[in-house]
Design a binder for this molecule. Structure first.
Ligand SMILES: [Zn+2]
Length: 361
């Protein structure tokens, strides 16, 4: 057995399984633990699967300098990783790749999933080419283009009235009522494994970053990227782990408040255009907070008007058409620079997580 699932709370080890979303002793979320931590993408897939993996061609996204932005913010070393060039237009394809390959390996032929849109589209695409039936639940306010994209791949779409949390509740109840596997990408330990590949690619290309700034809702990208950095650092393969800064919309900010020790509850949620990070109850909040602390990074919130501003700025000045969720990281970068949390000679990476094309009305 090349990997197992370990409880993030009581540390109980469980056998690999696509069906286990929580520890059977304490009900906490679980994560993947490897016998030997993989050194690259291929060895990771070998450790997770007993058969060969298949892919839609996600990953290996370009890293480019943001020169005009650098000039505007008076900081030379700003880089973007163009995750929105993934097959379905978002970084979620990396997670969908691993999750769907593991599901196929376990003989899954149908599942239920809930998403704010992008993850649902990714899973629908992977399910389509792996001949698996997908039932995708999304909030009814999800942009039409994302809903249409999920339908295009042949998935059954369920738009749900109410909040993002109501969507999760509906998906779970449909799964129970119809005896179909609930394959939550937020709870499954396999989804964020795909995000480790972002770190493998950065290191293989020889990039050394001091800061990574990213929008955080459920934290899969942050958790996946950091764990690969940490493991490679412990093995002596790299000499530095970047500081990870999580950016949330001020309208939905559970991680910000938990990290800074401020009371917060779901009744404080306000509407936000950053639907990809509008997660009021992230299941991995403790793990996310610990990870940011270990990396010596921070959590910030940004306002709606700033996200809209930076989305427009990136299109008009860098030729990069990104979604509002993604522009939260740019608004966060601006704040981090103003607060002098980034030194003048430090290199900054911003993964541009999702395309703006799917947000157009
Ligand atoms: Zn446990």
């Amino acid at each position: 057995m090349k990997h197992c699932l370990i409880c993030t709370n009581c540390k109980k080890k469980h056998k690999p399984s696509i069906f286990l979303l929580r520890c059977d002793d304490c009900n906490s979320v679980v994560k993947v633990e490897y016998k030997d931590f993989p050194q690259d993408k291929n060895s990771m897939m070998d450790s997770l699967l007993s058969s060969n993996s298949t892919s839609l061609g996600d990953g290996d996204t370009p890293i480019i300098p943001l020169n005009n932005l650098g000039e505007k913010l008076a900081h030379k070393f700003l880089y973007a990783k163009l995750e929105f060039l993934s097959p379905t237009g978002s970084f979620k394809d990396r997670g969908a790749n691993v999750l769907m390959n593991v599901a196929k390996n376990f003989g899954v032929n149908e599942f239920v999933e809930d998403s704010s849109g992008n993850a649902g589209a990714s899973l629908a695409a992977y399910a389509s080419f792996m001949n698996i039936n997908a039932n995708i639940f999304v909030p009814h306010k999800t942009p039409d283009a994302k809903k249409e994209q999920i339908r295009v791949y042949g998935a059954k779409l369920f738009p749900i009235e109410g909040s993002r949390n109501d969507t999760t509740i509906s998906a779970m109840s449909y799964s129970e009522g119809n005896d179909i596997l609930y394959l939550s990408h937020n709870l499954s330990p396999y989804f964020s494994e795909g995000m480790k590949n972002v770190t493998y690619e950065i290191i293989q290309e020889g990039f050394l970053f001091d800061h990574v700034i990213l929008p955080v809702g459920n934290g899969s990208l942050l958790l996946g990227m950091y764990s690969a950095y940490e493991a490679l650092y412990k093995q002596g393969k790299i000499t530095n782990i970047p500081k990870f800064h999580a950016i949330q919309a001020s309208s939905v900010s559970p991680i910000y408040n938990y990290f800074h020790g401020i009371d917060w509850d779901i009744s404080q949620v306000l509407p936000t255009l950053a639907s990809g990070i509008a997660v009021s109850n992230p299941p991995r909040i403790f793990e996310i907070s610990d990870t940011i602390r270990k990396s010596k990074g921070t959590v910030m919130t940004v306002e709606e008007k700033d996200m809209i501003y930076w989305k427009k700025y990136m299109s008009e000045n860098e030729g990069l058409f990104i979604e509002v969720t993604c522009s939260a990281a740019l608004a966060g970068l601006n704040k981090l620079l103003k607060e002098k949390k980034i030194e003048p000679n430090e290199k900054v990476l911003i993964p541009l997580t999702g395309t703006g094309l799917k947000e157009s009305k």
